[in-house]
Design a protein around this ligand. Sequence first.
Ligand code: SF4
Length: 822
Amino acid sequence: MSELARLDRILAAGDLPAAEDALSLADIADVESLMRRAACLRDEGHRDRVSYSRKVFIPLTQLCRDTCHYCTFAKAPRRIDAPYLLPEAVLAIARAGARAGCHEALFTLGDKPELRYRVAREALNALGHETTLSYLAEMARLVAKETGLLPHLNPGVLSPAEIASLRKVSVSQGIMLETSAQRLSERGGPHFGSPDKHPAIRLATIEAAGKAQVPFTSGILIGIGETRRERIEALLALRELHERYGHLQEIIIQNFRAKPGTRMAAAPEPSFADHLWTIAVARILFGPAMNIQAPPNLSAGALEQQIAAGINDWGGVSPVTPDHVNPEAPWPEITRLGEATAAAGKVLTERLAIYPDYVRNATRWLDPVMATPTLRQADAEGFARDCAWTPGTPVEMRHHTPSINIRLTTSSRNALSDILAKASAGQDLTEAEVVALFATRGADAEQVYVAADDLRRSQAGDTVRYVVNRNINYTNVCYYRCQFCAFSKGKLSENLRGRPYDLDHAEICRRSREAWDRGATEVCLQGGIHPDYTGATYLGIVHALKAATPDIHIHAFSPLEIWQGAATLGISVRDFLSELKAAGLGTLPGTAAEILDDEVRRIICPDKLTTDQWLEVVETAHAVGLSTTATIMFGHVDEPRHWARHLIRIRNLQKRTGGFTEFVPLPFVPMETPIYLKGLARSGPTLREALLMHAVARLALHPHVENIQTSWVKMGEEGAKLCLQAGANDLGGTLMNETISKAAGAAHGQEMAPDRMERLITSLGRIPLQRSTLYGPVSSERRDASFAAAPLTEAIAIPAARKFHRERGTASSVPATSTVSD
Ligand code: SF4
């Protein structure tokens, strides 16, 4: 059997070539055949993405104790102005990078120069350090603190203790193995006289990084005298360590460039075909998931072939600093890199210094100090956030610029078109198809918005409805500790968020009467889970409201409150819902859903309703004739696969009951929430993700859910407009007293009066229409009253919460309770 045939059999079985088969690849000279197989593997693992990191390069010191024969980075003391960059210079570079939108500070430096040069020891002493590594740690910490850039450190050979200490100030570290051929360190070899280049020493560093759970970069340098077989041996050595520790986040295939002034100035460089051969072999040896990188500046003009050979990453590219290791080879401009990537049918996507798989497991791979800034700069897939917007703040149009990626391969364009056509035809999308829609970026994301907008037009027309309503959050006392909730006030949060309150019936009814006088057709009631509340409390509120404002629609009590109310009365959910309905409850808000997937709920609200319990309450509500909304609160610790499952669960329930009136995406407003303040959550969805949630919901829920609502409180006016052009057809409520998002840090005010609602809608060329809670018409009397409404009463008296009679311990027998934070 030929080598290629044997390789095909291994790949078809989904295996990686074992050592013997791997070494036999050295005999395959057919580069194109290897490249085709490598590209397929890459596509399997990375689809259309080719990533890069926007970075600044900080050459902390160019002194080095080694003397590699091809290197121009390391310099003798007499050839440099100063042994080390001073803190001001380090910060100046980092700040320039931050201004240019970089996320990574790459510290590359010579290996322990103080062991060779007295001038280095003296300079370190003057800086208050004994070693280069301790100065590096101080500078990395300074850069992270002052600029927010995430440090990646390349300081050479390290001991386990040194790796552990640098882990506290960086998000990734790296060292090129370069080669595993010991003979290249012998006299006449390029590594002769470079003690840190001994393969065993470098492999020991890489292994120590694995043991310390450091996301690590490594790779090989080709063309310095090694054979193809030796390249494969080096890659196998790296693979073995990765199989043991899982820490190699990228493998770099770097080609030797002969530099004037070095001892290897006249040495032949590897051919481009040889470089492509090595990239392809690396991909085949490491399989689909590994990130295989080739520096784009060392093979300028041939980027498409490198993609064709199986890379999925360009490494760090700086808009600010040169490549100090290869100063003769400038990095391509990022726009040009995007164009070249697009020409190869791929989407250039910015990543952080730490790769997405490791970001998504930040608690395992990062020191807590570094996990927080990393999560805050990441999107839901673990790539770099592509805009400065966070939910609850105004959307500026500069946030909505399509990224530089843009073109799809024909096959993926067809795949996307197929999914969109399937959704538009009302066929159920699979989880993988929904995830694929959420993964779109650039032009393909725009294609999803357009498809959703077309579907909205045909399904719901050009009318945009809204409801004149009032939020009444009757208590902010809650014995639950949902990690995303800034609204509930326990004793500990009193100083932070203001005092706990508990509205009595008189105040609840006063607010309802005032709402009616101001043209409202609905009051929306939700609160924390006060330890004193029982099902009788909720029934009492409905009775009091009905007596005070008989014609107003009562939209109240999340599935959590219903579950808790029924439990405290010792009756079934069905019986409790029937009692509430008989008392005058009109509909339920479908909040407390957060993410309907227990993998996420275990992190953000572990003691709350499970997914199945939420679905059970809602299905029961629909069965007794109470419609509900459906919500999703997204952008914290969740991922697109959780969003997809959530949408599919909503769709499937709606197919059974038809009881959902609308679907409401609620972007996570992070600023004041416990989980964000503890540094364990992202900064909410990016604008792209928020728009996609509306668009994908329109597509994935079609034709079962007709109304997709956008929340002006979370999205702001400009954001809401974008959502209305990406599948949404409803603007929600005027609210009058929005407090939940405000508590979480949103800045969009407490009310959007009808005239503002209608101005927003008509600015899009759409038709505004007031609606009832159930999407029916409202009378002209109500509409006139809403437009003639007096300003809201300011300074509403808020009675302090009564003393709690029931401790959490005794309440814990009660199944989980409501959410208002969403
Ligand atoms: Fe309490 Fe609801 Fe906030 Fe959770 S979301 S802490 S149940 S108020």
